[in-house]
Design a protein around this ligand. Structure first.
Ligand SMILES: Cc1ncc(COP(=O)(O)O)c(C=O)c1O
Length: 447
């Protein structure tokens, strides 16, 4: 892409460092999301299709995808046109009353995802999970919640825990049991943490153990654990969670912020054939524009507007359902409704993961590539991991990081953090995948 960066004068070997130093003069920490504090700290400029470009105009085939937001690739022209059309039609944020575009998005979501009887629209996934927890507490009149170790559900107090703690701190796997809430942020009141119970993924006995001990408002689960790579649910596990919630009077919430739309229009719940009580979507839903959706059972969602003030749950937000984001989401869903899109995503993702599997086998490197549609992750261990402990006990973290950094040097951008998901987009071509496999071959020969 042509360079039109303000930093074009810094196109030398130290340019990243200089820009980062400049950032640190004005931005606390030099990044606007702590999750972006990585090494190498490349300063990216723009992106198109499957590629992102740094300020020195080096191109990278992008598998980070801004933590999985760009399902259709960067700067998809149809989505850009939809947003530009909204601008040209003077779709300003009126912020007063109902808007017809938000109705259209809501109708599409309820049609595409059968568990959604009513929805609400936010700007982020974190807002969605915060609302889902609050709704479940209001609905059940209970305060305790169950989360998964190794999960990420946003940055707010109830859920901000360490995603990948050290095994020495976490301790060995416990079941049926729970783990201490290990906050990932200072400033979370103890009283909040006391109500949060963290258990193993794929472990129904531990969920029931907590439910027997405490009044549990909800279980919040990523149906596929996609913040520690890609950890798939065992057969029956997700339905088991819904059943336990029904037995103990709790709400089962699927956090589909990362899984949603990666393998099917109906979310991972469609693949699993399970109907959660509430769901939260984000990221891919608007292909990089900020939008979240929370939705589910009518009798729970109606608490957003009940006449009973003791039950009413506040939904508010100046920018909720901003017309540019809503138009991006509608355009994204319309594109995803074309059958060839999921066909291509599946073809590219399986080409990549089978190619990687063959390469690692040839090289005699113990590796397992797990996949949920267009999301995948290679773990350097012998057996398919089923939860966080399998990763902490067996994954070769040092090799993973070296491997990622070597690929980045070859122009293949994987997040330089061990066990982060790789995301293939609709813009990835067979040529991109072959180039990626070639780069892998080169890197594995050298490591
Ligand atoms: C599963 C999951 N839930 C919630 C969130 C929070 O979404 P957001 O960053 O849009 O607030 C994330 C973000 O990475 C996520 O992966």
């Amino acid at each position: 892409m042509p360079s039109n960066s303000n930093f074009s004068q810094l196109n030398d070997a130290d340019s990243f460092k200089e820009v980062y130093q400049e950032a640190n003069r004005f931005i606390a920490g030099g990044v606007v999301s702590l999750n972006r504090k990585v090494h190498p700290h490349i300063i990216f400029k723009n992106g198109k299709g499957s590629r992102i470009y740094d300020i020195n105009d080096k191109a990278y085939i992008d598998y980070h995808s801004a933590f999985a937001a760009h399902l259709l690739g960067h700067n998809n022209s149809e989505i850009n046109e939809a947003v530009i059309a909204a601008l040209n039609d003077n779709h300003s944020l009126i912020g007063s009353g109902t808007n017809q575009m938000e109705i259209k998005l809501a109708e599409m979501m309820c049609r595409l995802i059968p568990s959604l009887e009513l929805i609400q629209i936010t700007n982020t996934g974190s807002e969605g999970t915060a609302h889902a927890i609050r709704l479940s507490r209001a609905y059940t009149n209970k305060e305790h919640i169950i989360l998964m170790i190794g999960g990420y559900n946003g940055w707010h107090n109830d859920v901000a825990r360490e995603v990948m703690p050290l095994l020495a701190k976490l301790g060995p796997r416990k079941s049926a049991d729970e783990y201490q809430f290990r906050p990932s942020s200072a400033g979370i009141p103890k009283s909040v943490m006391e109500n949060v119970h963290c258990v193993n993924f794929n472990d129904l006995a531990s969920v029931e153990y907590v439910m027997k001990k405490y009044p549990v408002a909800c279980v919040l689960v990523e149906p596929v654990m996609q913040n520690i790579g890609v950890i798939l649910p065992n057969p029956g596990y997700l339905q088991g969670l819904v059943d336990l919630c029904e037995q103990y009077g709790s709400v089962c919430i699927f956090d589909e912020v990362k899984t949603g739309f990666r393998s099917a229009l109906g979310g991972y719940q469609h693949i699993a054939g399970v109907k959660p009580h509430l769901s939260v979507f984000g990221k891919a839903i608007a292909n990089g524009y900020p939008l979240g959706v929370i939705g589910g059972k009518k009798e729970i969602m109606e608490l957003f507007d009940t006449d009973d003030p003791t039950k009413r749950v506040l939904i508010a937000g100046t920018y909720n359902a901003h017309p540019f984001n809503v138009s991006a989401a509608i355009a994204t869903l319309q594109i995803l409704e074309r059958p060839e899109v999921y066909h291509h995503l599946e073809a590219m993702s399986s080409l990549l993961s089978s190619g990687l599997e063959n390469l690692f086998q040839e090289k005699g490197i113990p590796a397992v590539t797990n996949r949920n549609g267009s999301a995948s992750c290679t773990y350097f261990l012998e057996n398919k991991p089923q939860d966080l402990h399998d990763i902490l006990n067996h994954h070769d973290f040092a090799f993973d990081l070296k491997y990622r950094k070597a690929l980045i040097a070859e122009g293949i951008y994987l997040m330089p953090i061990a066990c982060k998901q790789s995301s293939v987009s609709y813009a990835h071509s067979p040529d991109d995948i072959y180039r990626t496999l070639e780069a892998n071959k080169k890197v594995l020969n050298a490591l």
